[in-house]
Each structure stands twice: as C-alpha cells, then as structure tokens.
Design a protein around this ligand. Sequence first.
Ligand code: HEM
Length: 170
Amino acid sequence: MIDWLSPATAHLKALHISMLVLWCAGLFALPLMLSRHDRAISQSDYGRVRRATHYGYIFVITPAAVLAIASGALLVFLREAFVPWMFAKLIFVALLVVSHAWVGHTISAVAEQPQAHEPPRPLVPTLLLSLPILAILALVLAKPDPGEIPFPDWLVAPRDVQLPFDVPRR
Ligand code: HEM
C-alpha cells in the first residue's frame, strides 16, 4: 500500500517497540512519582519531584506515546495487519490512553490545587495498568486466529436490523 516505506519496516518496528517500552515504563513510573508529592518533605524536594513528574509527562512520556501510536498505525498498513487480534489489541491500547489521560489530569490537579488534591496511592493504578499491557503483549506475540478470540456474537455476524436512519440508495 505504501511500498516506498516497506524497506523501513524493521526500523519502524524498532521505533514502535522502543517508544512503547518508554511509554509503558512512564505510565508505571508517574503514579509512583505522584505518590512522592508529600507535603511533609522540604519545599525544595517537593518542587524537584513535582517538576520531574510534570516535565517527564510532557517532554518524554507523551511524545513516546504519540510516536508509539503513530509508528503502530503505519505498521498496520505496512504489515497489512487488518486482522482480528489487531482490533482486539486496539481496545486495550485505548485503555492505556485512558490511563495516560488520567495521569495527566492528576498531575495538573496536584499542581493547581495542592491543598485540595491528594495524590492517589500507586498500587491500584499500577495493577490496573498491568492488565491492558499484558493483554496487548499476549495478543501481539501469540497473534491468535479469529476463532480463538472470544468476540461476542453481535460483532461477528450480520444482525439484519434496520438502521435508525434512511440509507441513500446506490
Ligand atoms: C495504536 C496503537 C498501536 C498500533 C496501531 C500497533 C500496531 C502494531 C503493528 C501493526 C505491529 C506489527 C505486527 C506484525 O509485524 O505482525 C505491532 C508490533 C508490536 N506491537 Fe504494536 N501497536 C500499537 C500499540 C502497541 C502497544 C501499546 C504495545 C505494548 C504495550 C504494542 C506492542 C507491540 C509489540 C511487542 C510488537 C512486536 C510484535 C512482533 O513483531 O511480533 N503495540 N504493533
């Protein structure tokens, strides 16, 4: 489909894997760093950990997420990966994006209303994050056949129902 890019597939996959390693590592690290936003520590230590969290999110983890997703999107076309495991993987990637947005929201809430917003404990976010990451790795490494993925019936067979709006005739 984009033949002129085919020779770069291996490099693109290397970029994809390095960026997603950085992204996932950041999603684990940031809740841990947020939990160090403890008002009992000295003002200078508090400022240092807050800046590291904020800049890490903006200048490292978010660009890594964008590059992981962009290189993954290009790989879909280069590897012609229009297959069920890929679409199942995208559902779990969406959960990672939700987790990324939650971390960003928490960082800004802690910075803007330090008195009102207590940083969450890292255990639950870390455990929750492990689930989509393990599911993605299982899907992408095993590349299961369509029959092995338990899609609900309504996703795999035509429903023969009328759409709730008029469809123009061809
Ligand atoms: C929108 C996001 C993403 C898209 C569109 C995407 C797409 C792809 C595609 C098309 C491949 C190549 C598969 C092949 O060569 O057969 C790939 C490889 C891979 N992806 Fe993703 N990916 C995304 C995000 C992620 C995330 C978040 C992870 C892990 C947490 C991940 C883990 C991997 C791994 C480990 C490989 C190498 C698999 C192999 O070569 O056998 N991807 N991805």
